[in-house]
Design a protein around this ligand. Structure first.
Ligand code: HEC
Length: 113
């Protein structure tokens, strides 16, 4: 009987040890290796702006509203200054280097929607 349980346990260990996840598939935005892929607003940039900026830059606030494509596009010069050149948005150290690269490439590509 003990052997039987030992075998079952061993089996579980083997089966679970074969299980693996690819980080870039599970968390496409957390991996810093794919910073130079071309992005559009709906595919990538919207997520970056929403998770980094819209908590403050929302409709009806004192700061420029960055909640839509049109508003982001209208503010690209200011966004470049603050988030890419000065790197003081959001907060003193700005965004991650990868997000800065993505935003920079997107603006240089002419802010594709
Ligand atoms: C914690 C709140 C907060 C977050 C998050 C935040 N900002 Fe700001 N932002 C402010 C405040 C407050 C101001 C106005 C004061 C100033 O200019 O420093 C401002 C100003 C700006 C300005 C200048 C506006 C002007 O009229 O000159 C830009 C551009 C800007 N933010 C872009 C961004 C971007 C892009 C992000 C995301 C990467 C971001 N901000 C995230 C609070 C925030």
């Amino acid at each position: 009987m003990k052997i039987f349980f030992a075998l079952i346990l061993l089996n579980i260990v083997f089966v679970t040890s074969c299980y693996y996840d690819k980080e870039e598939q599970l968390y496409p935005n957390s991996v810093e290796t794919n910073c130079n892929i071309p992005l559009t607003y709906t595919n990538g940039i919207k997520d970056i702006i929403e998770s980094n900026c819209v908590s403050c830059h929302k409709p009806g606030g004192n700061t420029p509203d960055l909640s839509t494509y049109t508003l982001v596009k209208e503010n690209t010069t200011k966004i470049t200054l603050r988030a890419i050149t000065q790197k003081d948005m959001p907060g003193p150290s700005g965004m991650s280097a990868c997000n800065i690269t993505k935003l920079d490439n997107w603006i240089k590509a002419g802010t594709p929607q």
